[in-house]
Design a protein around this ligand. Structure first.
Ligand code: XMP
Length: 511
């Protein structure tokens, strides 16, 4: 399959470049700029995009352009810092201009071809630069300018090397998609082959080659990633796959039953094992108040339960995981993995003595691509569009100690929140929406009676990827309906509040 390589020089927009390329149905991968352990010469690589950077040319430790890029003879598009690198390594001149042009600018296209083919007139573009080109290398010419920038886009005389000082990947450059697509299709001659059907076909083949006749085990959480990974793998190797669904007693109302019955329906009942481990989890976290401690105990208990169940299956060689591309990108980040705010509980940390090889068929997919795959695989809508749910479940939505009573209160509150929000058109735009139980009592009055009950929190956020989030502007009527119903119908809650904090500085979950 045709492939574009995006070299990451450490820009906040690198992932966005990859998503834009994939939206054009062209497969791409993000590689670290130094190329250690990577080979650009493979014939399926049709072009190279150089990302921007938080460095400027000339800064100490600024990343440099590895010689293999130009030696490969493949088409190259440099974006911002990437363009400046192309200029400075080939004899041009780049100067520091921090803060000179930042934000929207009007691009006058001088040459209507190549990346600007069919794009006439002035184009709005987004500049963010810590330097600018003062002199072009021999053989280069300017093909677009802005008021403050003579060399806003350039190309070399062979038409293989292109550079843009602005960011075509951001939505503030409305025609950016056309510019990138011109580079992909006109200059690199890529074919639009990256479609759900082709991904499924390719991954099924890959799983078969990898696993051969061995057995695979998978921990199903009911989220779209683990379910898609399981269904895809089932299509590839059928009965060699067994899924284990661990009910930790920390799931939402009706969730365990729903996930289990759906999965039996899709994969067949022999392929899914249900393990009720609620008691084990609840007794392990009994009396524990510290959030990190809770998370660690839940993670550890999960591993114990899963290991015990997996052992019963006999000679299993592989562990199937629903790891997706953002996790992979983070692990190859040129700045190293980002600092973890919380110990996330995923199924990654299985003990080494289990000696399972890991298989991750979704490791090159973004969430929206996983969802498209899921639809193509016939996975029901309610799973495809299920909101993310944290591994430690409701335990991180009950502040302090988790008890059966509190879990019951939270489940009932959460159920009403979900019912009411689903009636609102905003529901489909929400990244997550849920209740949080704050076991602090406040005074109320019902009829002539004074009440003294817990505080319930409504949390609803919009987000692209969970890394940052904004609180959702849900309507007053919806809030009103939720507050009335929760306080009337849930015995333990006397007051509802709405969390109006974005991430950062707050996190999405309360613990
Ligand atoms: P925070 O609360 O850190 O959450 O803003 C960001 C996103 O991650 C989810 N989350 C988790 N997911 N295991 C998971 O698989 C976890 O331990 C975990 N903790 C938080 C959270 O729901 C949000 O979508």
């Amino acid at each position: 399959m045709d492939k574009i390589v995006i070299l990451d020089f450490g820009s906040q927009y690198t992932q966005l470049i990859a998503r834009r390329v994939r939206e054009c149905q062209v497969y791409c991968e993000i590689w670290p700029y130094h190329l250690e352990g990577y080979d650009l010469n493979s014939p399926e690589i049709k072009g190279i995009i150089l990302s921007g950077s938080r460095y400027s040319i000339g800064d100490a430790n600024a990343p440099s352009l590895p010689p293999q890029v130009l030696e490969s003879g493949k088409p190259v598009l440099g974006i911002c810092y990437g363009m400046q690198l192309l200029v400075s390594t080939q004899g041009g001149k780049v100067v520091h201009t921090k803060g000179q042009e930042y934000g929207k600018a009007l691009l006058q296209v001088v040459e209507n071809r190549g990346i600007f083919e069919n794009l006439a007139g002035d184009i709005v573009c987004w500049m963010s630069q810590g330097g600018s080109v003062k002199e072009l290398p021999p053989g280069f010419r300017s093909i677009a300018r802005t008021e403050n920038c003579e060399y806003a886009a350039i190309r070399d005389e062979t038409g293989k090397i292109w550079g843009v000082q602005f960011h075509p990947e951001v939505s503030h450059t409305p025609l950016g998609r056309e510019i990138l697509s011109n580079f992909l299709f006109r200059i690199c001659a890529c074919r639009p082959e990256w479609t759900p059907e082709s991904i499924i076909k390719q991954q099924i083949q890959w799983i078969r080659n990898e696993v051969k006749n061995e057995k695979v085990v998978c921990a199903l959480s009911g989220g779209v990633d683990s379910v898609t990974a399981a269904v895809l793998t089932y299509r590839a190797i059928g009965e060699q796959l067994t899924c284990i669904f661990v009910d930790n007693g920390l799931l939402r109302k009706g969730e365990a039953e729903q996930v289990f019955s759906k999965m039996k329906e899709i994969l067949g009942k022999e392929r899914v094992i249900y393990k009720d481990a609620a008691e084990q989890f609840l007794s392990a976290i009994q009396g524990v108040v510290d959030p990190e401690e809770k998370r660690k105990i839940i993670g550890r208990t999960f591993v114990e339960v899963f290991e015990e169940e997996a052992k019963k299956l006999g000679d299993v060689s592989y562990l199937l995981q629903g790891t997706t591309y953002p996790d992979v990108i983070e692990s190859i980040s040129i700045y190293g993995p980002s600092v973890r705010v919380k110990t996330h509980h995923n199924v990654g940390g299985l003990p080494e003595h289990m000696q399972l090889k890991v298989i991750e068929p979704l490791r090159f997919l973004f969430k929206d691509e996983v969802r498209k795959l899921a639809v193509e695989l016939g996975i029901p809508e309610e799973i495809v569009w299920r909101q993310p749910f944290p591994g430690p479940g409701l335990a991180v939505r009950i502040i302090g100690e988790v008890t059966e009573d509190r879990l019951q209160i939270l489940r009932d509150m959460d159920f009403i929140i979900d019912q009411e929000l689903r009636k609102s058109p905003i529901y489909k735009k929400l990244w997550q929406s849920f209740g949080v139980l704050v076991p602090v009592r406040s005074v109320g009055v019902v009829g002539d009676e004074r009440t003294y009950k817990y505080v319930g929190v409504l949390r609803a956020v919009m987000s692209e990827d969970g890394m940052t989030a904004d609180w959702a502007r849900i309507s007053y009527d919806t809030m009103d309906a939720i507050a009335r119903r929760v306080v009337n119908e849930v015995a333990g809650i006397g007051r509802m509040v709405y969390d109006i904090t974005s991430k950062p500085p707050a996190t999405i979950e309360w613990e």
